[in-house]
Design a protein around this ligand. Sequence first.
Ligand code: IVH
Length: 759
Amino acid sequence: MEPNDAQARASQLRAELERHNRLYYLDATPEISDADYDALMGELKAIEAEHPELLTPDSPTQRVGGAPLEGFLPVRHLVPMLSIEDVHELREEEIGGGDSDVGLVDWFERFERNLGRSDIALTVEPKIDGVAVSLLYRDGLLEYAATRGDGSTGDDITQNIKTIRRVPLRLPAGAPPVFEVRGEVFMPNEAFNRLNEERDAAGEPAFINPRNATAGTLKQLDSGIVATRPLDVIFHSFGLVEGAEFESVTEFHDLLPTLGLQAGQWFRAAGDLGQLRAAVAELGEARHRFPYATDGAVIKVDEIALHAELGATSKHPRWACAYKFRPEQKQTVLKAITIQVGRTGVLTPVAELEPVFVSGTTVARATLHNQDEISRKDVRVGDTVVVEKAGEIIPAVVKVIVGERPPDTPPYDLYGAVGGKCPSCGSAITRDEGFVAWRCPNFACPEKAVTRLKHFGGRRMLDLDGLGDAVAEKLVESGMVGAPLDLFGLEMPALADLLLDPAQLQSGEESKPRRFGEKKATALLASLDRARQMPLDKWLFALGIPNVGESAALECARLHERFSDVASSAILPKIVSASGLENQRREISPRNRSNPPADEADKARRQEAHDELKAQVTALREELAPLAVSPDIGPVAAGAIAAFFDSDAGRETVAAMADLGIDPRSGNYNPKPEAAGGAGAPLSGTWVITGTLSQPRDHFKSLIQNGGGKVAGSVSKNTDYLLAGEKAGSKLAKAESLGVAVVDEAAFGAMAAGAPPAT
Ligand code: IVH
């Protein structure tokens, strides 16, 4: 395509993609299918790959930014990010009335006194339990996004925030030219639960609550991982604004959606203390139905002119306060403790409860984690227990009301309860030394087969349609599927005829058994066909190898071109050996204080062995160095993958894949990132940007990252290039003194277009 045509088509595609994005995320009225959206995105990516000089920082392709960062750069907030003062909690019996909610009244009366007025309009909105972010839009363009940090300086998390499709990369015309807008990033409850189920199935530790999951995600240096996590954002306040003035919090709240920025949906005005109490109480109920976690009510003075008048302490403004809700707790009876067998064979005790309504949903089950947890809380069958939803999401047994315990209730003993056998297959259970969990050691345990199957088809794995709990169970139970790969042998009439359990009717009677049906069966078969083309990392993750999570799978796929290459990998054993030999070397070292040599002869012998090991480690490390293996695949994960391919199960898998003609190809194969140069990675190397350039720094940063380079904050001897604009100062001087190549904007453009670096 001619450059001019390409430019025109690229801007057309960008506008179209952002419009569909808005329709989907803001208006909830999508006009095109996901597949059509992906096709448009694919076309734009192709144009930008051919003409890197046409890339713009607000291009929707930039939502998943290039190479992982080495660290986050600091960002100074233009206006400090303060926190909000907490006011006293309402005790349960006082919600909806009562007159001893002192904290709130105090707060209210204090500013009425300060202002000498008693007719002050307030607003009430949910306090979202997420992670605070500040976004700067300059001339409508997202310049950066930063965490709160210490309130005055945060981390630059622009790459990560851009992956959130709800965040506009460009604001519509008419937006304030300088707009520092603030909000809360969060993970919706449903998405959080799904993520945790998948992590659990993958043998990865679950996140405690959505806020932790969000914070952990935003700390990722690789925006590719962030893009797989379903984050969302709600905006609620502002920092520096130039070119616009808001009279009230209400006006600001109403303006947000017109700029394409999501505001909270629940928002109330309160004219006096009575209305304020009523609104807080209403929110206390309503928040349980929100799709995200909230932990309080934020109360603000509506009139913005009063904010300056009220001022702030060093920590928080006097025009706002946060009213904290306490998690709701309920008592119920523990009817039984059942045992679940996980994908890796771990036996998990689950509390079966007399159903109770807690924080908006009916809770009938809660995990008891393991025997140690049960013993610590002394939970016994028949006990009256207190339950709450941890982080308002995951039901948890908080404690036992010992006084209500029926007489002669024995302590709970997991081993005894299952008679020492796996409740699913009857194998004798085992407990690894130093571990609290009991496991079923049988690889072919049917219960494991079901969880493995569900994992295999999970959204972050091979994304199979219609492979829910009930279907996975029936497929295994009917004998149609044993190992996940058997799925590829499923055929039409039989699959559609699969009988599922009858639906439970209201009255408790059962309806007729249901068929899986043609429609769902067709969808599942189609998704299996798609799975054949899924990239290597998804397959490696889907196979459910213990200790191999999503990031290890991704790094493994960077190092291997095809599935068959992983099976015969020369790299993985090196990673394992390097670490194993290094441990031996340390152990055997004559200078090991915890194991000193017996005498001089021993010392000499050990020195010799030590030097031999050291040479081997050095040689292995030198072989591995050009691959720049990330810590995502350490000796544990590398060893787990190698051991899998060396096991019967692994060999069977390789043979079965070959029979099926499936040899997944890596989507991110790049085993020599450092050595890669030339046309493929025109901007590889470490860059520092300084001075005034024709575009925001972020623009150049994206170009460099897309061109295979890294961007650092300061010039050092590791810097390869300094991109220097007008009025470059100390960084230029330092680069010159260190002999770092200095590139001006024109030369940079030529490099980005593929010309060799001027030396
Ligand atoms: S307004 C001066 N509104 O809670 C601060 N903040 O502990 C003005 N938060 O840092 C912020 N939901 O990140 C505001 N509806 C809401 C909020 C909210 C959550 C966070 C915010 C703030 C923290 C204060």
